[in-house]
Design a protein around this ligand. Structure first.
Ligand code: ADP
Ligand code: ZN
Ligand code: ZN
Length: 646
């Protein structure tokens, strides 16, 4: 008889995470099996072969796949459990595809090495060549490719991937979910014959089949997908490439919470590609001398992009429209006359983000989330952008009966309406989460690329992975819109978004004019972004982080408590705070900073009240030591290395 430790995908009562089972036939570490668990059954992963224990064991019910999971996946599962203190079962459920016990005919395993065409159309330039050499020879495990928009990072990725395949190694390319239809992905698919493309729109059956294909193919593979593609069971993983590595999409904020960047670097050599890297990533890679820069455009040109900052407070510039400045309107007109395109960005969808009564101060809030409802005038309803519920627009104030209710602020739908009034003959399109969910992303993308629109209005979705060949006017409606959120990452996000948006017009197809409208023209972040100065931005933010004891100078743990009543929340938060202070005293831990309990940004919800405590620590080990000693309950939520503190 053989004995094995198995990590089950279902949670169970005993405190230890691994259970011992027996099997007549010898099995391998990494094999996925079905096991009896209490009165139920569960799938599980064999993690270790052990000696006969001194207690009775149950037999493994069946082996689901002959091929064991590759070792990087086993390593990832244990690392996640240890680093983020989350239950193995939740990680295993996330790491394996749904419906894994169903008997689906696997797609034929991929037979040959993918065949790639020679790179005749785009020979690498000198800068790209030397970047590839430096990346491959850099001893650091995580390397940052800091390349400006248009510097040709795609070709660098393709060449790196090609070298891996030639050496018999697999490659995983991560892209933010939104970029799955981007030129980057299309180029990879054009270049490599058999790319395994994973995304969230695929059915359970398709995802299961692709997963089996990756598991059962012996030859090296290229997998492209969002953060969860890290769990694709490819053989001999040689490299993980993370494009647009600053994107929040790489942080999973539900259990198991993790950063795909940190996880990737535990699994294989990792390349982070970005024009606007997170200051924390830049700081760490700089310390390891692992930053490689691409600072020239791949396609040189004498076309230029002129940037004008328009002060929103200067109403003389807004005589033709209250949202679109005269300069911007005139430039759109010039572009129209020349048969060229205009892009208008605003990071807020819907028509108006506030619906209020002027008389009594009543505000339309979501019944569920207690957050402001957004008017969508085309459907004439109020929508909650947090939970997605819709409500009718009241004809009078529900509080005081006042018949005139006001809709304040502006979103992409309102901007689209205004543009239609100003340019009745132009072909105007809108691209945001509302259109992307109504229509197929792919279809919109093709229309955009084929120049089917004269003017496009959209949220930051529009800024990612698109190339607009006929673009000559670009407008940012309110550049400071995200700056004033009370969060340590809001300046960084604003810089990234602005840089990305400006990058759309910097591709040098023709001279273009960029208008940045803002209430705060002197704000540092707006200045850094419009001058394209990453170094100044980095130094500025790093100093602030240093003073505020924030990453990269500390590690963060966000603890949230949520109870039905405010009193219970506050009492328990104070109790937790005292417990933390006691642990710090008893263990004599130093360089730990604990913020007293505070209401969370979204303090009140229909289901209760949330308060939070933030712990900052110089050493992550101390952070974990504190966490491990806390009283855990289902009221306590925790987030290591949170991306935001909201
Ligand atoms: P990034 O992702 O760094 O913003 P891309 O990879 O999209 O940039 O490349 C920008 C443009 O430059 C693309 O149109 C691409 O085809 C082109 N390009 C990249 N490398 C080369 C090269 N070596 N020679 C000619 N054109 C190139
Ligand atoms: Zn009222
Ligand atoms: Zn809601």
């Amino acid at each position: 008889m053989n004995y094995y430790l198995v990590a089950p995908a279902k949670s169970f009562h005993q405190s230890e995470n691994l259970l011992t089972y027996e099997s007549e036939a010898p099995l391998a570490v990494g094999q996925i099996v079905e096991i009896p668990l209490g009165k139920q059954s569960s799938i599980g992963i064999i993690t270790e072969s052990v000696k006969k224990p001194d207690f009775a064991t149950k037999p493994i019910s069946r082996v689901l796949y002959e091929t064991p999971l590759p070792k990087q996946i086993i390593k990832a599962i244990f690392w996640l459990a240890d680093y983020y203190r989350c239950p193995l079962s939740s990680i295993i459920s996330a790491a394996l595809p749904r419906g894994i016990t169903k008997n689906r005919r696997a797609k034929a395993a991929l037979a040959d090495n993918p065949i790639f065409s020679p790179d005749a159309d785009n020979p690498l330039n000198a800068q790209q060549k030397s970047a590839i050499k430096e990346i491959e020879s850099n001893p650091a495990n995580t390397v940052l490719l800091h390349g400006i928009t248009g510097s040709g990072k795609t070709n660098v990725y393709i060449e790196l991937a090609k070298h891996q395949l030639e050496a018999g190694k697999s490659v995983i390319l991560l892209v933010p979910e939104i970029a799955l239809t981007s030129q980057l992905v299309q180029n990879f698919q054009r270049f490599f014959k058999d790319v395994i493309l994973l995304h969230s729109e695929q059915t359970e059956a398709v995802r299961h089949q692709l997963w089996q294909q990756a598991l059962e193919t012996d030859t090296p593979q290229i997998v492209i997908g969002p953060r969860s593609a890290l769990f694709a069971p490819v053989k001999d993983l040689g490299l993980i490439i993370i494009d647009e590595a600053h994107e929040p999409a790489y942080h999973q904020d539900q259990n198991p919470k993790y950063s795909a960047l940190r996880l990737a670097s535990q699994m294989s050599k990792t390349v982070l590609g970005s024009a606007t890297p997170l200051v924390s990533d830049y700081y760490v890679c700089k310390q390891h001398a692992a930053i490689i820069s691409l600072d020239e455009l791949a396609i040189k040109n004498d076309k230029s992009a002129e940037i004008s900052v328009v002060d929103f407070k200067n109403r003389a510039d807004f005589t033709r429209n209250r949202i679109l400045s005269n300069q911007l309107i005139e430039s759109i007109q010039r572009s129209l006359d020349a048969g060229q395109q205009s892009l208008i960005f605003h990071n807020r969808r819907g028509t108006a983000p506030l619906t209020i009564c002027d008389k009594c101060g009543w505000q339309a809030l979501c019944e569920n989330c207690l957050l402001p409802l957004v008017l969508h005038a085309d459907k004439y309803q109020l929508s909650c952008h947090t939970c997605g519920r819709h409500f009718p627009v009241p004809t009078a104030c529900p509080e005081c009966g006042n018949a005139s209710i006001h809709h304040k602020g502006f979103g992409t739908k309102l901007i689209e309406e205004e543009l239609r009034k100003l340019f009745p003959r132009a072909k105007i399109g809108r691209f945001d989460a509302d259109t992307a969910s109504d229509q197929q992303l792919n279809k919109v993308y093709t229309e955009v690329k084929n120049g089917g629109y004269d003017i496009l209005v959209g949220t930051q979705m529009l800024a990612k992975g698109f190339d607009f060949p006929k673009l000559s006017t670009l407008g940012v409606i309110q550049a400071d819109a995200g700056l004033n959120l009370p969060d340590f990452s809001s300046e960084e996000r604003t810089y990234q978004l602005l840089t990305q948006v400006i990058g759309r017009a910097n591709r040098g197809h023709q001279n273009s004019h960029i208008f940045i409208q803002t209430f705060q023209p002197d704000q540092k972040i707006i200045q850094f972004a419009t001058s394209g100065n990453y170094a100044d931005f980095y130094n500025y933010l790093l100093e602030k982080r240093h003073i505020a004891k924030l990453p990269p100078y500390t590690f963060l743990l966000k603890l949230s408590l949520k109870f039905k009543t405010e009193k219970a929340t506050v009492t328990n938060a104070q109790k937790l705070f005292r417990q933390i202070q006691k642990i710090i005293r008893t263990d004599n831990l130093s360089q730990i900073y604990v913020t007293p309990p505070m209401p969370a940004f979204h303090e009140r919800e229909h289901t209760g009240y949330t308060w939070q405590i933030i712990i900052k620590a110089k050493s992550r080990k101390n952070l974990v030591a504190i966490f491990d000693q806390l009283d855990k309950s289902s009221y306590l939520h925790y987030d290591f290395d949170p991306y935001t503190l909201l």
